[in-house]
Design a protein around this ligand. Structure first.
Ligand code: NOJ
Ligand code: CA
Length: 542
């Protein structure tokens, strides 16, 4: 369904930019990014002119108090800022400064688990009769002393750790320092909804909800069935991938909780709920709610899972469009703090530009990961410098450190990210791949991205129009984006060969943007020439 552009909400027409606070900008000389660093760079994100990216919202990965066993995804106080990142006063200043520039603030909400240092868990583990005992998931060993069930941790090993003091196991599907909350306990629900209220009162515009599909597990915690087709060459401790995820996530009862979360958001004006949700399309689409009463944006990661192929990308988009109920708004993601950089994944910078054009021109809200706009590739992290628990437990090739290297601002030592050695090594290419250098080069990735963002911003067809794919020969993904009398055609050549596109199109066309420099402005629509990996956005009359 297409809506008139004027009725779209900010989270529909806007672009979300994800910041991993540890890696964005350090201002107090400890090698770790902080909230003041983000404030310093707000003008880079949007100063109201095409010299900036022009993004509409930032999503901040966790900055709350945390012992950092999973770099902030193990929260020990949901309602405070970790001193490493700053203070609540800094956060308030960040919110005010962002809002002054028309940038909305989305923060991470980690409802499935706390840190083992959270006062709730310290109480819970203190005795079997403690009033907070049932706030977490404790189970007796089986009669033979073995684990309560066969579930594995995403980060390797079993999902249960034995606590000798009280003789029971607690559940954790990530590291053992991330015990899981029991959302079947109404007190937990109240406490966690209050966390949302706390931040909304401070001006937060929305939440990205970490592994939201996991917060309710099967009542009886049944064993998961064995995966008949596990990926090849699994490390021996990857118990998780050897099982099908049937009883540990996406339970019917989770939707009641997501509705409670949504109605809490709706106690305030115009807030957005974004969910981290994987799983098959039919399970995933349920998180919009039957009539839109759950999340506005269940994250759609499907493009990240596609090979480099126009057909595969189109199939993924068309499948999504077909699965969405009329009220549901699509969204697309190509990278985040858990996945290898797409400039590396898709094979190079030419592919990355084309992928960026696709992300910003499909129907729905795009989320852009920091650094993708300058073409950051995977960092090279020597094995002894790996800090990510997933990489440490499951092997270097599973390490997420590669996509968390410091943002490259300029060619000064440590890339202008910090003046001391950063927590992860700066990539070697920082002397040329950095914001300062790319800002002065009209053909750089950054200059291209800026044009793309601003073109989208000014085009109702791109930010709000309909999507209609066109059958095209070769490895080419072609679609119309239309709104009122505005018609834009997007043609993306995924192949390494030049292509002459004859897709039976007619009308007078003008080039709005190409991924490639020196593109001719005049275009012949019935025989469109595309260079290797070239993408174009055309204005078409008639
Ligand atoms: C998903 C987050 O994106 C990831 O970084 C984290 O490790 C896990 N959830 C656990 O919170
Ligand atoms: Ca710092």
């Amino acid at each position: 369904m297409t809506l008139p552009p004027s009725t779209l909400k900010w989270w529909q027409r806007g672009v979300v930019y994800q910041i991993y606070p540890r890696s964005f900008k350090d201002t107090n000389h400890d090698g770790v990014g902080d909230l003041n660093g983000i404030i310093e760079k707000l003008d880079y994100l949007n100063d109201g002119t095409p010299n900036s990216l022009g993004i509409d919202a930032i999503w901040l990965s966790p900055f709350q108090r945390s012992p950092m066993a999973d770099f902030g995804y193990d929260v020990s106080d949901y309602c405070d800022v970790d001193p490493l990142f700053g203070t609540l006063a800094d956060f308030d200043r960040l919110t005010a400064e962002a809002h002054r520039r028309g940038i909305k603030i989305i923060i991470d909400y980690v409802p499935n688990h706390t840190s083992d240092q959270h006062p709730w868990f310290i109480e819970s583990r203190s005795s079997r009769t403690n009033p907070k005992r049932d706030w977490y998931i404790w189970r007796d060993p089986k009669p033979d002393g073995s684990l309560p069930n066969n579930w594995g941790s995403f980060f390797g090993g079993p999902a249960w750790t034995f606590d000798p003091a009280t003789g029971q196991y607690y559940l954790h599907q990530f590291v053992k320092e991330q015990p899981e909350l029991n959302w079947r306990n109404p007190e937990v629900v109240q406490a966690m909804l209050d966390v949302l209220r706390f931040w909304m009162k401070r001006g937060v515009d929305g939440f990205r909800m970490d592994v939201i599909g996991l917060i309710i597990k099967d009542k009886d915690l049944r064993d998961n069935p064995l995966n008949p087709n596990p990926p090849a060459n699994l490390p021996p401790n990857d118990l998780f991938s050897r099982l099908l995820q049937v009883y540990n996530m996406d339970q019917d009862e989770v939707h009641e909780m997501v509705r409670r979360i949504r109605s809490t958001l709706d106690e305030f004006d115009d807030r957005v709920g974004i969910g981290e949700l994987w799983g098959p399309l039919d399970r995933w689409v349920r998180y919009y709610g039957k009539n839109g009463e759950e999340l506005q944006l269940p994250f759609n990661f499907r493009l990240m899972q596609q090979p480099w192929s126009a057909q595969a990308m189109r199939a993924s988009v068309d499948e999504l469009e077909a699965a969405l109920p009329p009220f549901a708004w699509p969204n697309y993601v190509l990278g985040n703090h858990d996945q290898p950089r797409f400039a590396s994944r898709f094979g190079g910078l030419a592919q990355a530009r084309l992928a960026g054009m696709m992300l910003l021109t499909l129907r729905g809200t795009p989320t852009v990961y920091y650094g993708d706009e300058i073409g950051l590739e995977n960092g090279v992290i020597p094995p002894e410098k790996i800090v990510d628990p997933q990489g440490k437990n499951l092997g270097a090739e599973r390490s997420r450190d590669v996509c968390r290297t410091p943002m490259q601002w300029d060619s000064s030592p440590f890339a202008g990210f910090s003046d001391v050695e950063p927590w992860l090594p700066v990539s070697a290419d920082y002397t040329t791949r950095n914001v300062a250098a790319e800002s002065t080069d009209p053909n750089s990735m950054l200059s291209f991205y800026r044009r793309l963002f601003w073109l989208r911003k000014g085009s109702p067809a791109l930010f709000g129009g309909s999507y209609r794919p066109v059958d095209a020969p070769g490895d080419c993904f072609v679609y119309w984006r239309e709104s009122g009398s505005e018609r834009k055609l997007v043609a993306l050549n995924f192949s390494a060969k030049p292509l002459r596109l004859q897709a039976g199109l007619s009308g007078k066309a003008r080039l709005a943007l190409s991924t490639h420099p020196d593109a001719p402005a005049g275009v012949t629509l019935d025989a469109l020439e595309l260079r290797p990996y070239e993408g174009v956005i055309l204005d078409v009359e008639g």
